[in-house]
Design a protein around this ligand. Structure first.
Ligand code: IVH
Length: 635
C-alpha cells in the first residue's frame, strides 16, 4: 500500500528535528563536554548544565496542534518539514486528549510526542491477525505505524495505540524555563508523559540512567531503543542551537539494535531429545546487538506459513534479552519471486520415520524413540552438568558414540568397552580412561539427577527434585499412579501423566532395569528426601528469591533446585514481593533494582547458611496454629 497519496500533506510551522547518537558512556560524556564548551559564555567555570533524561520510545513522532485547548490537527513527522495529516485517526487514540485540561489553557500549543503500541497490545493484535488469516506484524513499531495509517479510522481505534508527549513546538504561551517544567506542564494539561523521566545534575548519573535502562529495557511493556539526554534549560538550548537537522542540546543514547535483516539461506530441522522436530533458520551471518547470528529459531511450521516466510527471503531477525534469535518475518518489498515456499515435514529427515502432530500441539514429533538424532541429543542431555554430569563426555563424543553404533540406548553408556573405545579415531588411552572414569563416578549421582537425565517430557531439574523427594527409589516411582504424583505440591496433571506414560513403556522399563543392573544408583539419597518434609525445614521456606549473576560454585539451576527443595520460590524478576536477591559475579540490572527497592542481597555462602537454618520450633508451632507461616518465618 502506498500511503503517500492517501493523507493530506502538512507543512510543519517549525521543523521536527532528529537526534544525533551516542553509543556508549564515553560518547555521552564527550557530548556533555561539547555542550559545556558551547555554553562557556553563560556557565560559571567548572559548572555543568542540568540534564533532562527520558526514554526513547520506539514508535512514530507526531505533532498535535491545540487551538483554544481543542485538538485541531495531528500530523506525522514525515521528513521533519512536511508530514501527513492524520487528525481523524489520532482522535481515536484514547490517551490523546481531544480537549486540554485545566482552567488556563494556551490559545495555541503544538505538542510533540510519540505514538506507540504496547508490547501486550501488539501480541494480542498479532494473535488476532493470525486467527483471521492475516499476516502478523513484525514489531510494535510497525504495529503503531500500520495502525495509524489506516484510511478507516475505526481500524485505528480498534488497535489500542498509546501516546507520550516529549516536547512542544510553537505556542502562544510563555515558554517554560526547562524541559522538566515543560513536561510537568503538559502532564497538567492532561497529556501523557513518561514516569521514567528524570532531571539529573551529573554526567555520571546520566550515564547510569542510560546504562541502567539498557539492561532493564525488557521490564517495560513497550519497546525503547535508547534514552534521550537533553540540556534542561530552554535558554541554554537556544544558546546551543543546532547543526543541520539535529540539535546540539540533545542526544540519543542508542541501545544495541536487536533487529537486523539478512538472507534466509535455508531451513534445517533440529531433532530434540524428546523427539520434537523444530525448524531452524540458516542465515547469512549478521551482527545483532553485539553478536553474530547465523542460526535462528522458526518455532514450527505454522509460524513459518502464517508469516509467509520463504527460503531465499530477506528476513527480519530479532534478539530479545538472552533469548535465542528468532526470525520475525520477511521483507516483502525486496522479494524477487525466486524464493521457495516452505513445505512442512511429514517424515524425519534423519531417520525417515513418519512424524505425528499431537492434537492441540504446534510441534511435529516422533511417535517413539529410535531416531539416531534424537538419541544423540538424549545421550548429550543424560551426560550434561545438571543431569549425570559425566566428565569427559561432551556433545561431540555423545554424537560419535551414537554414530559409531557403540551406544544404542542410555544403558549402553555403562557397558562401553575399553578396547572398542581405543579403536575410535583420536581416542588415546588418556581420553578413554577419562571417559570411563567419568562414567564410573556418575553411577553414584543422586536419584533426582538420574530422573532428570532420563529426558522424560516436562520433567526438568526442579520437577525431578520435587518428585524424588516423595519416592525412595526409581522402582517406587515406576509403580506410582498419576494421582500419587499430582498429590505432590507443584506437580500438575500434565507432568503426572507424562511420568506415568514414560514408566508404562516397555522399552523404558528395560532401560531402568538395565541401568540398575549396570550399577547406576536408583535409590534416593537421604539429602534428597528433605523437601518431602515440607517447607518448615528451612528459613528459606515461603520466601521468594531471584537469582542473578554467576555464583561461585552453584549453577543457577542448582541454586534454584536447592531453594525450591527448601520450600522457597524462585522468580525471574525483582519486585516488591521479592524477599531476597542472590547475586553472583557480573550481576546487572536485577542488582540495581534490588538496591532501589531495598531487597536484601545475599551471596552464595549466605544463601547456603539460610537454607540450612531451621526456623525455630516456637515459631513453627505458632505458625501452625495461626496458619501464617510466611510472615512468622521472616523473623
Ligand atoms: S526529542 C530535537 N524525546 O526519536 C528533539 N525524541 O531521533 C527531537 N523519540 O523523531 C526529539 N522518544 O520520534 C525526543 N523522549 C524523546 C523521544 C524522542 C522518542 C523519537 C522521536 C524523534 C526521534 C529522534
Amino acid at each position: 500500500s502506498d500511503p503517500l497519496d492517501r493523507f493530506e500533506k502538512v507543512d510543519h510551522p517549525v521543523p521536527l528535528l532528529s537526534l544525533g547518537n551516542a553509543f556508549d558512556g564515553d560518547e555521552l560524556r564527550a557530548w556533555v563536554e561539547r555542550a559545556v564548551k558551547g555554553l562557556e559564555a553563560v556557565l560559571d567555570d567548572g559548572a555543568q548544565p542540568a540534564l533532562a533524561l527520558e526514554l526513547k520510545i520506539d514508535g512514530l513522532a507526531v505533532a498535535l496542534t491545540y487551538q483554544q485547548g481543542v485538538l485541531v490537527r495531528a500530523a506525522t513527522r514525515g521528513n521533519g518539514v512536511t508530514g501527513e495529516d492524520v487528525t481523524t485517526n489520532v482522535r481515536t487514540i484514547r490517551g490523546i486528549p481531544l480537549r486540554l485540561r485545566g482552567d488556563v489553557v494556551p490559545q495555541s500549543l503544538e505538542v510533540r510526542g510519540e505514538i506507540y503500541m504496547r508490547r501486550s497490545t501488539f501480541e494480542a493484535l498479532n494473535e488476532r491477525l493470525v486467527a483471521e488469516g492475516s499476516r502478523p506484524l513484525a514489531n510494535p513499531r510497525n504495529g503503531a505505524v500500520g495502525s495509524l495509517r489506516q484510511l478507516d479510522s475505526s481500524i485505528t481505534a480498534s488497535r489500542g495505540l498509546d501516546f507520550w508527549a516529549y516536547g512542544i513546538g510553537p505556542t502562544s504561551a510563555e515558554a517554560p524555563e526547562t524541559q522538566t517544567v515543560t513536561l510537568n506542564w503538559l502532564a497538567a494539561l492532561g497529556l501523557p508523559v513518561s514516569e521514567e523521566r528524570r532531571q539529573l545534575e551529573s554526567v555520571d548519573a546520566a550515564v547510569a540512567y542510560c546504562e541502567g535502562w539498557a539492561a532493564r529495557r525488557d521490564t517495560l511493556d513497550f519497546e525503547i531503543d535508547g534514552a534521550v539526554v537533553k540540556v534542561d534549560r530552554l535558554d541554554y538550548q537556544q544558546v546551543l542551537g543546532q547543526v543541520s537537522t539535529a540539535p546540539r542540546w540533545a542526544i540519543a543514547f542508542k541501545f544495541p539494535a536487536r533487529e537486523a535483516t539478512t538472507r534466509l539461506l535455508d531451513i534445517e530441522h533440529n531433532v530434540g531429545r524428546t523427539g520434537v522436530i523444530k525448524p531452524l533458520a540458516v542465515l547469512e551471518p549478521v551482527g545483532v546487538g553485539g553478536v553474530t547470528v547465523s542460526k535462528a529459531t522458526l518455532h514450527n511450521a505454522d509460524y513459518i506459513l502464517d508469516r509467509d516466510i520463504r527460503i531465499g527471503d530477506r528476513v527480519v531477525i530479532k534478539r530479545a534479552g538472552d533469548v535465542i534469535p528468532a526470525v520475525v518475518g520477511p521483507v516483502l518489498d525486496v522479494r524477487t519471486g525466486a524464493e521457495r515456499v516452505y513445505e512442512p515435514l511429514t517424515v524425519c529427515p534423519v531417520c525417515g520415520r513418519a512424524l505425528v502432530r499431537p492434537e492441540g500441539e504446534a510441534d511435529l514429533r516422533h511417535r517413539d524413540g529410535g531416531c539416531p538424532a534424537q538419541l544423540r541429543r538424549s545421550v548429550e542431555h543424560f551426560a550434561s552438568r545438571g543431569a549425570m554430569d559425566i566428565e569427559g563426555m561432551g556433545k561431540k563424543i555423545a554424537a560419535l558414540l551414537v554414530d559409531e553404533g557403540l551406544v544404542e540406548d542410555l544403558p549402553d553408556l555403562y557397558a562401553l568397552d575399553r578396547d572398542e573405545l581405543l579403536a575410535l579415531d583420536g581416542f588415546k588411552e588418556r581420553k578413554v580412561d577419562n571417559l570411563l572414569g567419568g562414567l564410573a563416578v556418575s553411577k553414584a549421582r543422586p536419584l533426582g539427577r538420574l530422573l532428570f537425565g532420563l529426558g522424560i517430557r516436562h520433567v526438568g531439574e526442579t520437577v525431578a527434585t520435587q518428585i524424588i523427594a516423595h519416592f525412595a527409589s526409581l522402582n517406587e516411582l515406576a509403580s506410582a499412579d498419576a494421582e500419587a504424583l499430582e498429590a505432590i505440591d507443584g506437580i500438575g496433571p500434565i507432568v503426572a501423566e507424562s511420568v506415568v506414560a514414560w514408566f508404562a513403556d516397555d522399552v523404558n522399563q528395560q532401560t531402568v532395569e538395565r541401568l540398575r543392573q549396570l550399577g547406576v544408583n536408583t535409590t534416593r539419597l537421604d539429602s534428597e528426601a528433605i523437601a518431602a518434609s515440607g517447607p518448615a525445614t528451612s528459613a528459606a521456606a515461603g520466601k521468594t528469591f531471584v537469582l542473578t549473576g554467576t555464583l561461585p560454585t552453584m549453577s543457577r539451576p542448582q541454586a534454584k533446585a536447592k531453594i525450591e527443595a527448601a520450600g522457597g520460590k524462585v522468580t525471574g524478576s525483582v519486585s516488591k514481593k521479592t524477599d531476597y536477591l542472590v547475586a553472583g559475579e557480573a550481576a546487572g540490572s536485577k542488582l540495581v533494582r534490588a538496591e532501589e527497592l531495598g531487597v536484601p542481597v545475599l551471596t552464595e555462602d549466605v544463601l547456603e547458611a539460610l537454607l540450612s537454618q531451621a526456623p525455630d520450633t516456637a515459631a513453627t508451632e505458632m505458625a501452625e496454629e495461626t496458619g501464617e507461616q510466611g510472615d512468622l518465618f521472616a523473623a
